[in-house]
Design a protein around this ligand. Sequence first.
Ligand SMILES: Cc1cc2nc3c(=O)[nH]c(=O)nc-3n(C[C@H](O)[C@H](O)[C@H](O)COP(=O)(O)OP(=O)(O)OC[C@H]3O[C@@H](n4cnc5c(N)ncnc54)[C@H](O)[C@@H]3O)c2cc1C
Length: 576
Amino acid sequence: MTKAEQQIATSVLVIGTGGSGLRAAIELAERGIGVLVVGKRPKTDAHTTLAAGGINAALATMDAEDTWQQHAADTLTESYLLADPVTVQMVTEGAAESIRDLERYGMAFARETDGRISQRFFGAHTFRRTAFAGDYTGLELQRTLIRRTAQLAIPILDSVFVTKLLVRDNVVFGAYGFDLHNGTRYTIHSDAVILAAGGHTRIWRGTSSRRDENTGDSFRLAVEAGGRIRDPELVQFHPSGLIEPEDSAGTLVSEAARGEGGILRNDLGERFMKRYDSERMELSTRDRVALAAYTEIKEGRGTPRGGVWLDVSHLPRTQIMERLPRVYQTLMDLQLLDITTTPIEIAPTAHYSMGGVWVRPEDHSTDVEGLYAIGEASSGLHGANRLGGNSLIELLVYGRIVGRAAAAYSAHLGAQQRSHAALSAARDEVNKVLATNGPENVRFLQRALRNDMTEHAGVVRDEAGLLEGLRKLAEIETRLTDVGVHPDIAGFYDLAHAFDLKASVIAARATLEAALERRETRGCHNRSDYPQLDERLKVNLVWSGPGRIEHEAIHDIPQDISARMREVSSHGKLVE
Ligand SMILES: Cc1cc2nc3c(=O)[nH]c(=O)nc-3n(C[C@H](O)[C@H](O)[C@H](O)COP(=O)(O)OP(=O)(O)OC[C@H]3O[C@@H](n4cnc5c(N)ncnc54)[C@H](O)[C@@H]3O)c2cc1C
């Protein structure tokens, strides 16, 4: 046993200090259940803080006709019929209560002069139903939840990297990990575990997430514990991510830049949107603009660095400063580039994992007893396209539901068997990575993986490319067994990157194999060799390991919801 190993016991362990993990922890603590939250990044800087636009709930504060049923109908329409209707109902019906919870915790929502919560349009919603806090909804949400966890004295360790879930006979009994600063090992015993460790968008070169987050940890932890992944191939790409600096590749340039009159050009100076949507041009939908930019780059009309130009320099300077201050500041900070005079180089960027760990709609329990998954780590709500603003409400609603479910599970647990063998295996795995001392460099392999996914499983996919992607992935998997990890006085980040990569290769394999299996074009998933939607593929794809994919039938949509479903234009509405 490593000398500095810490052993902790709690009723429920939450892995992830983003919005979903914190919300679940609050529910548990409010019910008097012992809870410990761990995360691999500072809680004040989880991915959730990046959310800008807002949170959906049919509060009807602006449009009195709005109902949760209409919110459900809009969500199902946007999902290209791959969302689970039960999950959709749980989220949309429970949304108003989640907003009331946030009010109770003191969240500073934007309000009308009479005190009503303001709501705005956000993507393809029939009514104004997105509540917000300026342009910083995610940041305000995260601060609110952190404040509430402090009031409830919930312990949070946000420098602990979880490497393995501890399972015996398909029942979870805790997790194993290490401290990022000093390498101290942690064995955490718990009755139940809530996996809130985010998605897998960082396996692409450009991603709008935080560095070292969304590396697919939820996928690896769940699958190695005995869980499954639903719809890993369904990933939302945002049209405008920065290309440089490398560190920040994928950082979003708000769609407001196009909304204000920004023009897109390829490297030949052509305003290329006229080829793809001559009517709406730059104001076309997010998926169309992403597809157009991707096609220009792929067909050789992009910039040498693989981008296109987004130009707002023709707009009056005052308009830019008043309406796009965040874009102006971001480009100044990251590139010392003045957008009032110079175009911005952008490319489509991986933005949101719509698939995730397979969960039951009623309580987000998984295939492993005592293991739950929530937030971007989970699946079921978004199908093949996410309605803007739905992920924050999902993590709030299911944070409450899963907190209650885990509390009940813990309270009713009669006895729990642990396993020395499982614990030893977890310990040995970390020891082995530290001892290998091979010639392969983790960062280099991460880059190779991200290039592979960007090249072969980006906005547009085809069979030949996906097979080539799998071939390159197999090489990376082999080289991964020979990495050299060198923790030093600065910390154990090198070790963390090796585990990030272990997770990323599993997420990549699931994604490539499911993308190969989905021989159709639907929502975010574009197959150039199968350009039509295929009715027979109105199913979820469930991946349980290399080469193992099942087709899962989707529940019928209740009649009162289906009657409300119709295409809703997102023209002129923000959709981040
Ligand atoms: C730029 C941007 C704008 C967005 N805008 C909106 C919006 O307006 N509205 C909306 O609804 N959604 C929006 N989203 C999406 C939304 O922000 C995310 O889906 C949501 O915040 C995810 O929260 P989460 O709690 O599931 O995961 P995260 O916030 O990603 O948290 C995951 C946590 O897991 C931890 N973790 C991961 N792996 C491990 C491990 N191995 N060991 C320990 N800890 C681990 C991480 O440290 C982190 O604390 C936006 C996203 C981006 C990037």
